[in-house]
Design a binder for this molecule. Structure first.
Ligand SMILES: Cc1ncc(COP(=O)(O)O)c(C=O)c1O
Length: 340
């Protein structure tokens, strides 16, 4: 049974004032303990790696559930940018990729290496998809401002023009309910709202997209029969999204799997509501209109926030505050007190 919202923060050991999940999320206690146990096994050589590796399989399945996909369509990696670079192998020569004019470089540079990049405002991408646009790539939630982009009009415009649609969900997965419907790929770094250690990342790759991709980082982990022989030719990759797996950083997944379980138990929709309630209370108290994002950008002195024990980020000269499941109304009050 799901825990009552008032009990949520007891599932973490967060120190009050962590308002920086958009940089990295804090592990639920279960995730931290699981990782701690495995680090101890590593230290003493008291376990085989196979149980660690089971965390990768569990994480893949749980992530698929989170975004309404099949585990066979999920690839694992260590970073969002690596998965995006793999997707870029699907582009033909002379391709053009459309991205928002403000977009995190992990979702820009891999395209710029492989294609010509055009930009447009995030809320006007659909109208900038032309017959010559090969792919459109955007963040569901923008990392500096928290702006949420609705994929529906983009998907509709792209379908009419045979253009691929790639969503970076690194700032969305874990609080924003959405599915892979209509998308060719969804990419997510798991160390933010999924609260995993850095080093775990997931990608949904549609079967049609995979037919166009080249597994340039092919390795033993993506083999069709992984345990039937680790050596030599022939090339024998899995026929699903596993073919694109980066040989995984096990410990990151040891933390990722329990963190995903906690999220699914609480429910992404409930977590999203909780996060928005806190962010919008802060907006209201500051005389700003409510919004659909748990990330806010404030024209506030970062030193003043820091002096009050608030750990936030600074982006484009503004303080960026982000609220997640372990935050409480006490965190909102702390910010208000610091700004008074
Ligand atoms: C939208 C977005 N994508 C990806 C990342 C992380 O990229 P990578 O996994 O390549 O380090 C971030 C980190 O801030 C981000 O905000």
């Amino acid at each position: 049974m799901a825990a009552a919202v008032s009990d949520w923060s007891t599932l973490w050991d967060a120190r009050p004032g962590w308002l920086n999940t958009a940089s990295y999320g804090l592990p639920p206690r279960l995730a931290y303990t699981a990782l701690d146990t495995v680090l101890d096994q590593w230290r003493h050589g008291s376990s085989d790696w196979a149980p660690w590796d089971e965390s990768v399989t569990r994480s893949r399945t749980l992530f698929a559930r989170l975004i309404g996909a099949q585990p066979a369509d999920i690839t694992v990696s260590s970073s969002a940018s690596h998965i995006i670079s793999a997707i870029a192998t699907a582009l033909p020569d002379g391709a053009t990729v459309l991205v928002p004019d403000i977009e995190f470089t992990s979702n820009v540079f891999p395209w710029a290496v492989a294609a010509r990049v055009r930009t447009a405002p995030a809320d006007r991408l659909a109208e900038h998809i032309t017959p010559g646009t090969t792919a459109v790539a955007f963040s569901l939630v923008q990392s500096a401002t928290g702006q949420v982009t609705d994929p529906a009009p983009i998907v509709e415009a792209a379908r009419a023009r045979g253009c691929l649609v790639i969503a970076d969900a690194s700032q969305a997965c874990g609080w924003l309910p959405f599915t892979v419907q209509g998308l060719d790929a969804v990419v997510c770094a798991a160390y933010k709202w999924l609260m995993a250690p850095r080093g775990a990342a997931f990608g949904y790759l549609s079967p049609l997209l995979r037919e166009r991709m080249r597994p340039l980082a092919a390795n033993w982990y993506g083999a069709a029969e992984r345990d039937s022989g680790y050596y030599g030719m022939p090339l024998r990759l899995a026929d699903d999204a596993r073919a694109f797996d980066l040989s995984p950083a096990w410990f990151s997944y040891v933390g990722a799997a329990p963190a995903l379980e906690v999220l699914l138990t609480l429910g992404v929709a409930a977590v999203g509501e909780h996060n928005l309630a806190l962010a919008n209370r802060l907006r209201t108290e500051l005389g700003r209109p409510p919004s659909d994002s748990p990330i806010l950008s404030l024209d506030a002195d970062p030193a003043r926030l820091a002096a009050a024990g608030i750990r936030a980020a600074v982006r484009a000269g503004r303080a960026r505050l982000s609220f997640h499941a372990y935050n409480t109304h006490a965190d909102v009050e702390r910010v208000l007190e610091a700004l008074r």
